[in-house]
Design a binder for this molecule. Structure first.
Ligand SMILES: Nc1ncnc2c1ncn2[C@@H]1O[C@H](COP(=O)(O)OP(=O)(O)OP(=O)(O)O)[C@@H](O)[C@H]1O
Ligand SMILES: [Mg+2]
Length: 67
């Protein structure tokens, strides 16, 4: 795609999150029921207050918790 051109193809979902929850301890979830669709050729921002789980979600998406 050239700069300033209009995208005419249908955006493709490259990552789908369906009710994702993540726990470090059984008492309290760090991420609770997050659903989102991430599209190709788009910039997606994850925003929220400190401690809401942004880094935890990104680590899960990148499978860093499994290392
Ligand atoms: N390794 C860990 N072990 C236990 N709890 C954790 C761990 N990492 C984060 N948490 C907890 O999980 C919750 C989400 O933290 P996280 O670091 O994902 O938030 P964040 O949105 O990235 O915050 P910030 O904006 O300050 O970077 C917080 O309650 C935090 O204390
Ligand atoms: Mg963070």
């Amino acid at each position: 795609m050239t700069p300033n051109s209009i995208q005419t193809t249908t955006p493709e979902v490259v990552l789908q999150l369906d009710n994702v929850s993540i726990w470090y301890t059984p008492e309290k979830s760090a991420v609770t029921n997050v659903s989102a669709e991430i599209y190709d050729h788009e910039i997606t921002a994850i925003m929220g207050p400190s401690g809401c789980g942004k880094s935890t979600l990104l680590r899960a998406i990148n499978r860093m918790h499994e290392l």
